[in-house]
Ligand binder design. Sequence first.
Ligand code: N01
Length: 540
Amino acid sequence: MVALPGPPAAAHPVDAVVVGAGLSGLYQLHRLRQLGLSTVVLEAGDDIGGTWYWNRYPGARCDIESLSYSYSFSPELDQEWQWSERYASQPEILRYIHHVADRFDLRRDVMLRTRVTRAVYDQDGHLWQLATDTGRTVTARFVILATGCMSVPKDPGIPGAHSFTGAVHHTARWPREDVSFAGKRVAVIGTGCSGVQAIPVIAEQAASLTVFQRTPAYVLPARNRPLRPAETARFKARYPEFRRAQRLSRSGTVFEPPTRSALEADQAERTAAYEAAWDEGFLNGLLRTYTDILTDEKANETVAEFVRAKIRSIVTDPATAELLSPRTYPFATKRPCLGTGYYDTYNLPHVSLVDLRTTPIETITPRGIRTSDGEHDLDMIVFATGFDALTGSQLSIDIVGKGGVPLRDRWAEGPRSYLGLVSASFPNLFTVLGPLSPSVLTNIAVSLEQQVEWITDCIAHLRRNGITEIDAVPDAEAGWGAHVAEVAARTLYPAVDSWYTGANVPGKPRVFLAYAGGLDRYREECDTVARNGYTGFTLA
Ligand code: N01
């Protein structure tokens, strides 16, 4: 195929199209370029950055440490980039992504403001035809969906939303210009990680803040702080070693794995371990105190109760503390949140909590939100109501594979994908951080590099051997799906209504969407498949 210097004219095929210019898509572009492929990235947004472009709500910050949540592929990049805080804020991560794009000259192959609407496989030509919302079409041999795990905001389905006369914002579609809360009566609907980060910051400015909560989160203290130059320098001195350990790790983060059950320890020992984890300020600190927090309900309850006791110790009003205490699902079966001053915010006189379990929202009105208990007059409503996670971004594109089969039909009962990388009958179409891969259960900065590198090596193999098409074998795909389900069934995850199980979106099939077997095991599986000549795939 002819290598084109820049974005393609409509009729010219390129070797590869990458959909999405976030962390995954930009790295995929870099690697495919190194392979000599003509590659174009199609990005719906006005700028690069993906998740970190869209989620610019106040307080947005990563819950994995910045020195760990960053690309590892370039030792020079590791050394030159300076993170200012332990947990990087959204603006700083976006600056980092821009720096990487400039440093590796990535922008020239990114077409912004171009949303892929349809992708149809031409079986005879072994080519994908992509249509976009600009009218531009692109033809490519390979398509890599780097569309993000959480990029399609969920419709909260609350009646009357359009009638509200004040301002309305969604955390995942936050405007680029400053939004002032000063003097305003603000509502936040939703108390997942986005709401938990936004609420304390909004409360600093707003005249009043009313939080509408359906399900309380387990919120752990971030203990964020500036990074001292000396500690960064010390860390960077052993960066290569750290990056190696990170790559080989179970979740993309480096830690000493626990060896004992929580139930083997006595209460005093457990409390000491939980206090130490609470003080450290890691998202998964509590999870890693004992081996069975995610597999044994009794073990889990010891952590859950520890967090509830912390909430009671921080929130001065006992009734509010109780409403904020999660009781309907085990700890970490929904993603826990890392917060800064979250529970303290409810001690402020102008902040109130509405429990939607006892007083549900009936409708949004022109003046505010009406619950079964009465109307709340408001100037602004912030939706922090989450996403159609993991499958939403792929199914929002009308993808049609071999034999005219739409992906939406193929996934009607849940996603099917061999290794979470390729879906049978959708040849040469790869997914990064998609369903049935470790993705959201890991540090995604590490997972995305593993998948991008595997995809790149796979494409290199195909080209070296004159192969034009790779497809998943349906049996291998079914086997992987069964394995993913079987691994999840050993945990407490599948029984819980969460975005991990698709339960947050009405009508979405209930399937545990991520691979819980660990990134280390997953990497080994992917590498073995490749080493053995891409077993479970047909190459033609
Ligand atoms: O979304 P969520 P999120 N009426 O789905 C509620 C990542 N992330 O954007 O649980 C009233 O977790 C819903 O209630 P319920 C992270 O992986 C990372 O906060 O369905 N309430 C819930 O409280 C995270 O897990 C960072 O009962 C409604 C909330 O809205 C993922 O993104 C930061 C409702 C949605 O919570 C998603 O987080 C932020 C309705 N109709 C996010 N619909 C980092 O730090 C929904 N809710 C990297």
